[in-house]
Write a protein that binds this ligand. Structure first.
Ligand code: NI
Length: 174
């Protein structure tokens, strides 16, 4: 069996419509993600944080910063979808962001940022009704997505990147 190190929990598949149970599972997974990320990096030293999670991949620290950066985008994307008529959201060059000088081994602020954003996110999303969950936004690469897709996507996204770190640790015996 071959394992694709880039997709330790498999790829995300948008479904467009979700049951209440699926949305609450995704919201719950997101709510737990900041703590899970802290646990995933707990005790790692600077050398370990600079280690790529796979050959040619981002370092552990870059993965942590990316989770925070991505959650910033996700938060803004869903707020825009809730307040504008089928807006087209802005993409960004993730690899270029990961190479910016702030993507170093100082990860504490990104852990805090992810946690704080998640508190705001959970507060906003828990209060939404079915009509709000079906509001759409246009992703320039991925097409039309609903707010519910966005919640499911970001829940997957956090777990996907946390698994990059936890699978690296288990392969290395860290
Ligand atoms: Ni990502």
């Amino acid at each position: 069996m071959t394992t694709d190190l880039r997709f330790p929990i498999g790829p995300f598949r948008a479904k467009f419509t979700y049951s209440r149970r699926e949305i609450s599972a995704a919201t719950g997974a997101l709510a737990k993600a900041p703590k899970a990320l802290r646990a995933a990096v707990h005790g790692l030293d600077a050398k370990q944080l600079s280690t790529p999670y796979r050959p040619g991949g981002w370092s552990v620290a870059q993965v942590v910063h990316h989770i925070a950066d991505s959650q910033v985008h996700g938060y803004i994307r869903l707020k825009i979808a809730l307040t504008e008529s089928t807006p087209t959201i802005r993409t960004y060059d993730q690899d270029a962001w990961a190479r910016l000088p702030d993507a170093d081994t100082s990860i504490a602020a990104s852990l805090d940022l992810f946690e704080a954003l998640q508190i705001r996110w959970a507060r906003s999303m828990r209060a939404l009704d079915d009509a709000a969950m079906m509001r759409c936004f246009e992703h320039p690469d991925d097409g039309t997505l609903t707010v519910a897709d966005g919640i499911a996507l970001y829940a997957w996204h956090a777990q996907h990147h946390i698994a990059h770190i936890t699978t690296l640790r288990s392969r290395r015996g860290w």
